[in-house]
Structures are given as C-alpha cells and as structure tokens.
Design a binder for this molecule. Structure first.
Ligand code: PA5
Length: 451
C-alpha cells in the first residue's frame, strides 16, 4: 500500500470524467518521458534514483560531522537560501519540538538551530548575533553556485565572528561547506581554509536537493533519523516507479491539478492543520513555483496554516474569486494527544467536548472546512500522510518531487531550470556595482532617466 494517499473525492463533482481520463493519460506519458530521461532538463534528474543511489561514503561522513557539531556546539547556523535552505528547515521544523530552540539544552538534545542568509536584512542578522552571544557555534554554509549574494554576505559576517572567537585554524573545525564538487567561490574558499565540504550533485537542482547533504547535514544535527527519512523516500520511490494509472497517487495528483489549471483555476492553496508543517509548505511552494511557473503557465502555489488562517483567509477561501483549488495535507496520526477534560462549572460551555482529544476536534474542523469550501465552489484534494515522523516526511518529499516532475512535463515546461530567478540577480548585481555588470547598469540608468 502507498505511504502517501491521494484522495480527490471532494473534487470529482468539478471534474468531467472524460477530461480526467485524458489528463491521466497525459500523466502516464509524462511519467514515461521522465523515466526515459530524454525530456526537457534531463541533466537534472539525479533526484529520481537518489534514495537508492546516493553516496554512502558521504552519508556516513554527514553523520560523523553532525555528531561533531552536536558535541562541540551549542548553536548551529545554517546559511543558505531557496533550495539550499528550505528543505532542511522544513524537516527540522516538522520533526523537532515546535519550540525546540527555547527548550533547555538537555531536553532538546541538539544545538539550537538558526537559519540565516535567506534574506538581506541587517536587523535580522544583528539580532541573531545577539542571540548567539559568545556561545560555541558551528556554521553550515550551503550554496551550490557558491556565489549567491544573501548567503555570501551572511557567511562573511559569521566567518569573521568564528575566526575572532576561535582563531583562523580552529574556526575551520566549526565551518562545514556544502557546495559544488569543483567550482565556485565557496569551493575555493573552503579548499583554502580547510573546511570539511559536502557536495551538491551536478544533476540535482536546489529545490530537489533536500535528500542530499544540502538537507541531510543540518537535519542530522537536529537529531533527526536521516536513515528513516531516506527509507521513507526509498519506499515511496519504489511505489511511484511501479504503480500504474489510478493506482499511482502522484500521477493522479499531477493529472488532477493540471485538469483544474486547464479549467481556469489559477491558484493551488496547500492547507495544513499542523503548525509545524508550515515550512514543508514553504518548501512545496518553491518546488512547484520554480518548476512550473514558466512560459506564462502554472498554478500559483500558495499556502495556509489552519485553523489559524480560517480567521483571516477563511472568508476569501469561502466566497472570494473562484480561482483556486485547495490541497489539504492531513497528518493521519498526531504526534501527541491532548484530551479535553470535564469542568464541573462549564462556564465556557465546552463540556460537550469533554473526553474528546484535540485531534478529534482538529480533524472535525478539517472535515467541516472541506465541506464548506467544496460547497463554496473550491475543489478539494486531500493528501494523507501517515504521521509526523521522518519516514513519512521522506515519503512526502519524494511524492511531491515526483508529482512535480510529471506535472511540469504535462504542462510542457522544463520543470528543472529556473531562468526567471537569474533576472533579478543580474539587475541587483548591476545596481550594486558588481564588476562585469557595467553595461546592464547603464541600461537601467537610461531607463530610469526616461522615467
Ligand atoms: O532551486 C534553486 O535552484 C534555487 O532556489 C537555489 O537553490 C537558490 O537560488 C540558491 O542558490 P545557491 O545554492 O547556488 O546559493
């Protein structure tokens, strides 16, 4: 049986059966194209076999480095942006205590972990320097290109702090670089300074890299079982590579979302009922947004945290423009159960829930919301995840990656490049005066002068 279950019964009333059959056929053709490795972007398909075919020597080194960091550091700073950050954050926030950094060290049983280099805010950075104080820390700097501005600035600052605290030589024992195997500024710097390095494989793009060293090192430092994470992905891969037609849950998801795109939907809202899922949704948004948002195509991926956002976005979901479909991620088995107790006075009128668990209330809130949204004209897709554990998350990562590759091929784009991300980078370099961008700067200035 599939680990990740896809249920479209709450969308069927909006799906003409013949159209669905046609999209399922397209999904099967897209799967064949993906696995035939002859389609667009086929030099970036290393993620397909990754759960089986990964570098075992490096995997063992990741575990060793994680142990070293856990033993000598009270804080880990993870420096990276986009695909070099979101997967690790998704896993760590989903699988650790929701308040991990605030727990006493002996309960957390891992360093405090902070993410930096994912924005250009001096305020954020200096407040993190304050939180760090003079505690022992390590840095995992992650950048495939080794030249991305946001992480490069943060790394320059925290490297200087580490060198001041430990001295240049000892600082090298606290700095771990995950980057290209041969090229880029970070690779050269790491080589010169003697940092331990890990590799972002050539054939895996940032947003598909969570199960490489990019995600695995910080995830292992958090004390999460990376073997279970890989096993989950492995099990899901086996299922998705072999299951055919309606039995293949990822093909179904890819087919249904393309059907709705074709029927005029423009936004897919990923909804969750577990707050720790928030960053998994951020990871998902990058995966689908950067993979499919091309050639003026693609569903805009958005996300909501429920029931929190029912009190802010609920009105729009129910009754605003009918441009969206909703995909709910349901964590079948909650990590913790809290039972609501009887109160003899019942002043809050909640005794009708006495003896019930919060999960019972949460799941009924989910059912009620789905019913309301479907009634309001929002097709609802449901993705069942067995639990809030490493195996389930590994399976979910793989499920979404596989469905994304299939979905991109259905819509005819190259899901594995990101030409649009380069446009802002070039303009920013020109405006900041980076050598080599003088011509573009002149063009921008001329445009500005024209008004
Ligand atoms: O998915 C991607 O390719 C991007 O989001 C990159 O991961 C992001 O731009 C960071 O790039 P780099 O790892 O080269 O610093």
């Amino acid at each position: 049986m599939a680990e990740i279950e896809f249920d479209y019964s709450n969308a069927e009333e909006f799906m003409p059966p013949q159209e669905f059959a046609a999209f399922l056929q397209k999904a099967e053709a897209a799967k064949a194209e993906l696995l035939g490795r002859q389609g667009k972007g086929n030099d970036f398909l290393g993620w397909i076999d990754l759960p089986e075919d990964y570098n075992k020597e490096e995997f063992a080194r990741i575990k060793k480095a994680a142990e070293k960091i856990r033993s000598h550091s009270q804080v880990l700073l993870v420096i990276g942006i986009g695909g070099s950050y979101l997967g690790a954050r998704a896993a760590i926030e989903f699988l650790s205590n929701a308040f991990a950094n605030a727990l006493p060290a002996e309960k957390r049983n891992a360093p405090e972990i902070y993410f930096v280099g994912n924005n250009i805010s001096g305020t954020y950075l200096s407040q993190l320097v304050e939180v760090l104080g003079d505690r022992d820390f390590s840095i995992n700097v992650i950048s495939k290109s080794g030249t991305t501005t946001e992480p490069a600035i943060a790394f320059r600052i925290f490297r200087a702090i580490a060198e001041k605290k430990y001295g240049k030589e000892k600082a090298a024992e606290h700095i771990f670089a995950t980057t290209d195997k041969a090229k880029g500024a970070l690779k050269s710097l790491a080589g010169r300074e003697g940092y331990e390095t890990f590799v972002v494989p050539d054939d895996i793009g940032g947003r598909f890299s969570v199960l490489t060293a990019v995600g695995l090192l910080p995830i292992a430092v958090a004390g999460i079982d990376i073997d279970a994470l890989m096993q989950g992905a492995r099990d899901e891969r086996e299922e998705l590579l072999s299951a055919e037609g309606e039995k293949n849950q990822a093909l179904m998801y890819a087919a249904v979302r393309n059907l709705f795109l074709n029927r005029g939907k423009r936004v897919e809202v990923l909804a969750n009922y577990e707050p720790q899922f928030h960053y998994v949704a951020e990871w998902w948004k990058q995966l689908y947004g950067e993979s499919e948002g091309k050639e003026h195509k693609g569903l805009f991926p958005a996300s909501i945290d429920l029931t929190t956002d029912l009190h802010s976005m609920g009105q729009y979901m129910q009754d605003g423009q009918r441009m969206m479909l909703e995909t709910v991620v349901c964590i079948d088995q909650p990590l913790e159960e809290v039972t609501i107790e009887e109160d003899p006075e019942d002043l809050d009128g909640l005794n009708y829930l006495a003896g019930k668990t919060m999960d019972f209330v949460n799941k009924n809130a989910m059912k009620a919301t789905i019913l309301a949204h479907v009634e309001g004209g929002v097709p609802n897709l449901l993705i069942h995840v067995p639990g809030q554990d490493a195996h389930s998350l590994g399976a979910l990562f793989y499920f979404f990656e596989f469905a994304c590759g299939v979905s991109g091929y259905i819509s005819g784009v190259n899901p594995f490049d990101q030409p649009g991300v380069e446009s802002y980078k070039k303009n920013m370099f020109a405006l900041l005066g980076k050598p080599g961008y003088e011509e573009l700067r002149k063009e921008i200035e001329a445009k500005e002068a024209k008004g």
